[in-house]
Ligand binder design. Structure first.
Ligand code: LLP
Length: 413
């Protein structure tokens, strides 16, 4: 469900004509729908009401301050992975009590900053990291809460690059190691090891991998309880898949129905870290066609957005629906590759698509709200796109388009 729909032949975001936005703010342009964003956040919240979980939106999916603010205002916490994301959380005045911090490589500086801000807990991914946080906490005369990230060794049935719960990935610790740490908790006098964290991957469309992972950690929680170790939190991460093409992902409520009984069994306070589910379909990348290039072999629609703006197709061969912003009459019998101007054959937004557009027409790449702008770069010295947030009949710029000057601002000859 999202609010990018046609009325007659024109694509709208909520009540705004997308072509008006593109004319006003120029392209490439990220357009977000606030109603979609809030709808999805509230859907998850509602689906899990029975558990009253802490929902920590995963900042990495889309870290624009205006997006964070909308969600924090609506009650969301934040899942962060860096000092930079903590800085953003501070800027939108997210309470530390609603911040969880994962990452396999937290630095001393980042750990200190997070302790100072008073985050709820660190999701710790290795023994050396535990020792480091303990030592830093001791030096700051603090007691710090942590959860241990378990790598449950389950197949998430998603792209290899975004599978994070298999034993050969860098994430988390195996169950035996985690059990031993809990049993030797006294080794870390400045830590309160009070939770278990899992995050098994992203764009997961089935509930079975989540169920398998939760069952594994439930067993561990039982074993620990038997030894008198009582935990506070179970964090099941993010990973809920969305529709990009023909996927049939579970809805939030289907997912909740399946996992709530298991989560209740754990008896712990539940934390969720959804990113893509909340923001993925709330954003579209709008681009303008520069040329239509017909070769004896192929038809290329060359647009002014590229892999530096939206990396997912190039990096994961991810499919994004591409629509004309205005449906027109001309019909091409040929399928087209939609490509950008970047000097790489891997620079494409879509392949073999039926897309009826001519020169100077606008197109919309849907499902670009998550890991879209967030993964953009200045490759080929391309200034990054502007971002606009639509709320009903209003649209406001939430990130200005970068200029050539911005490109070289930090450089020294
Ligand atoms: N929690 C942790 C610890 C994570 O590492 C992630 C995502 C999330 C939560 C949120 O996952 P989500 O609900 O968004 O699936 N760039 C890739 C996705 C990378 C996901 C990284 N971790 C893509 O464009 O598909």
């Amino acid at each position: 469900m999202h609010y990018f729909n046609y009325k007659k032949n024109d694509l709208y975001c909520e009540e705004m004509l997308v072509s008006d936005l593109a004319n006003k703010f120029a392209t490439p342009l990220y357009v977000y729908s606030q109603a979609t964003l809030l709808d999805h956040f509230r859907k998850i919240k509602k689906a899990f009401t029975a558990l009253n979980p802490l929902i920590c939106y995963s900042v990495k999916a889309n870290s624009n301050l205006a997006i964070l603010k909308v969600l924090v205002k609506d009650g969301s916490g934040l899942d962060i992975v860096s000092g930079g994301e903590l800085y953003r959380a501070q800027k939108v005045v997210c309470s530390g009590k609603k911040i969880v911090y994962a990452s396999v490589g937290k630095t001393t500086k980042e750990i200190k900053e997070a302790i100072n801000y008073g985050i709820l807990m660190f999701n710790v991914e290795s023994s050396p990291e535990l020792a480091r946080i303990n030592a830093i906490a001791a030096s700051m005369h603090k007691n710090v809460k942590v959860a241990l990230r378990v790598n449950p060794d389950v197949e998430a049935m998603t792209h290899d690059y975004i599978t994070t719960g298999k034993k050969d990935t860098k994430f988390g610790m195996d169950i035996a190691t985690v059990r031993n740490i809990f049993l030797n908790g006294a080794k870390y006098p400045n830590l309160k090891i009070v939770g278990i964290h899992i995050h098994i991957g992203s764009q997961i469309t089935k509930s079975s991998p989540f169920i398998a992972a939760i069952k594994r950690v439930n067993k561990l929680i039982d074993v620990l309880r038997g030894k008198g170790i009582i935990l506070e939190h179970l964090n099941i991460g993010g990973g809920l898949g969305i529709i990009y093409n023909k996927e049939t992902p579970q809805t939030a409520s289907d997912f909740a129905k399946k996992v709530i009984p298991l989560l209740k069994k754990s008896g712990l306070k539940i934390v969720l870290e959804p990113g893509r589910f909340i923001v993925g379909n709330a954003g579209a990348l709008i681009a303008k066609t520069t040329y239509i290039k017909e070769t004896p072999f192929k038809r290329f629609v060359i647009v002014d957005a590229a892999m530096n703006d939206l990396l997912r197709p190039s990096l994961y061969e991810a499919y994004h629906t591409i629509l004309p912003v205005k449906k027109v009459k001309y019909k091409s019998s040929k399928l087209s590759d939609i490509v950008g101007p970047v000097c790489e054959s891997g620079d494409f937004l879509g392949k073999a698509r039926a897309l009826d557009v001519g020169e100077n027409d606008y197109i919309a790449v849907l499902g670009a709200g998550a890991y879209g702008f967030a993964m953009s770069s200045n490759y080929n010295s391309r200034p990054r796109a502007a971002e606009v947030l639509v709320n009903g009949k209003e649209a406001r710029i939430i990130r200005k388009r970068e200029s050539y000057k911005d490109l070289i601002q930090k450089e020294i000859i």
